[in-house]
Design a binder for this molecule. Structure first.
Ligand code: ADP
Length: 446
């Protein structure tokens, strides 16, 4: 097994990876920006290397600095976490060229899935249903022509998209020009590529995704689905498994579809296939070739440590079980807690003066925060994930209420009050929500 792994990330996911490594007897190397010298995972790691100034472009996205840190410390492998370089095929290739294992899929798989148009082509070849859409758009007139064939509303999306960026909706021909220009500008700024394409905009879908694990010997297992429909500005806020919207038959169908697609490309490592689900039909959206923020809810119901499996698979181990061995127990919900004003969503970095995380049966908190920690203003505002597991959805909701009530975070504003309001809404309690439900109803929450 690997002896030493470099964690090319920060925040809760860096700590998450550190924990898996420690439990496997693997030494860890933390890399951090000047702003993160006091981070928890930096303190806990066996070694730490400062890779640059606070700005992510100068540190967590600085490939050569990370490779140098890996070479100097003599690691066997690099885990990229999520975000930053986790879906950068060039980085994965660089890592391998230096004789270091990249903990994730093969660079060509990352490259293909990072191009949403190629991913759509692949999905069609595998028999995965996709939303009606276009190829790359050439001009405003081209966009108008294609939208007329597909039918309004449509959504213009960045080919290299991610994180909900570079997506603009047009409800009619008059809105096309603005949507096209804005999507291109945002795509250019976020992904340095202004290529965009178009999809039919579904009105009331749910976002349902499937967790896959695959080893290098062609074994693929599906660890069930996650419903991530509670979103704001295309960003997930609460996720749950199983989805309250699926019956056993649909769940099985989705799992089989995802598995056969992964077998077809010989996918290796953990991955997630994302779908929209509307009127009983699934539509493939994209694949994420990395660990997801919401992976712990799958761990809760499956009992499988996904990061541990990523490490084992990267080291050439076989999956020690088949699909039949996987039993998904109960229900789990995750709340993403952000350091933001719960009404305006303005980020609220600062010093944590008091911190008390909830505990007890079925409660897990993944966070880097400790009392006295100063949240730097340079990065994502998510500061904790609260994951609650139990036998029934009702039981989990009760447990979630009490866990949110126990949570004490002083010094910065957080989105805990928003979570408390969401889980008290009758539609949420009944599992009757789609991707627009939160934004359409948030004004009426009391
Ligand atoms: P990203 O990679 O930027 O996260 P995705 O393609 O995964 O982009 O889409 C993110 C979210 O945007 C989805 O969960 C959904 O809420 C919304 N979305 C994307 N495509 C469509 C579509 N064709 N119709 C309706 N909503 C969509």
């Amino acid at each position: 097994m690997f002896e030493k792994v470099l964690i090319a990330n920060r925040g809760e996911v860096a700590l998450r990876i550190h924990r898996a490594c420690r439990e496997m007897g693997i030494k860890t190397v933390a890399v951090h920006s000047e702003a993160d010298a006091n981070a928890m995972h930096v303190r806990l790691a066996d070694e730490a290397v400062c890779i640059g100034p606070a700005r992510a472009a100068d540190s967590y996205l600085n490939k050569s600095a990370i490779i140098s840190a890996a070479t100097i410390t003599g690691v066997d492998a690099i885990h990229p976490g999520y975000g930053f370089l986790s879906e950068d095929a060039d980085f994965a290739e660089m890592v391998e060229e230096h004789g270091i294992a990249f903990i994730g899929p093969k660079p060509e798989q990352i490259r293909m899935m990072g191009d949403k148009l190629k991913a759509r082509e692949f999905a069609k070849e595998c028999g995965l249903p996709v939303v009606e859409g276009s190829d790359a758009l050439q001009s405003i007139d081209d966009a108008k022509e294609k939208a007329a064939t597909i039918g309004y509303p449509i959504i213009i999306k960045a080919k290299a998209g991610g994180g909900g960026k570079g997506m603009k909706i047009a409800n009619n021909e008059q809105e096309i020009a603005t949507a096209y220009m804005m999507a291109r500008a945002e795509a250019k700024a976020s992904f340095s590529s202004d290529e965009v394409y178009m999809e039919k905009y579904l009105q009331n879908p749910r976002h349902i995704e499937v967790q896959i694990l695959a080893d290098s010997y062609g074994h693929v297992v599906c660890l069930g689905e996650r419903d991530c429909s509670i979103q704001r500005q295309n960003q997930k806020i609460i996720e749950e498994t199983p989805s309250p919207a699926l019956n056993e038959q649909q769940r099985k169908e989705l799992c089989e579809l995802a598995k056969s697609a992964m077998e077809k490309i010989g996918y290796v490592s953990a991955g997630t296939l994302e779908f929209l689900f509307e009127n009983g039909k699934f539509y493939f959206l994209e694949m994420n070739t990395r660990l997801q923020v919401e992976h712990p809810i799958t761990e809760a119901v499956s009992g499988i440590d996904i990061v541990r499996e990523q490490l084992r698979i990267a080291d050439g181990a076989k999956l020690g079980y088949t699909q039949d061995d996987i039993k998904l127990n109960g229900c789990a919900i995750e709340c993403r807690i952000n350091a933001e004003d719960p009404e305006t969503f303005v980020p609220n970095a600062g010093k944590i003066t008091e911190w008390h995380a909830p505990g007890g049966l079925g409660v897990r908190v993944d966070s880097e925060i400790y009392s006295g920690y100063k949240i730097p203003p340079f990065y994502d505002s998510m500061i904790a994930k609260l994951i609650v597991h139990g036998r029934t959805r009702n039981g989990v909701l009760m447990r979630l209420h009490r866990a949110l009530e126990e949570f004490v975070i002083d010094g910065v504003k957080t989105t805990i009050p928003l979570h408390q309001k969401i889980i008290a809404q009758p539609e949420y309690i009944d599992g009757l929500y789609d991707i627009h439900w939160l934004e359409n109803n948030i004004r009426n929450f009391r």
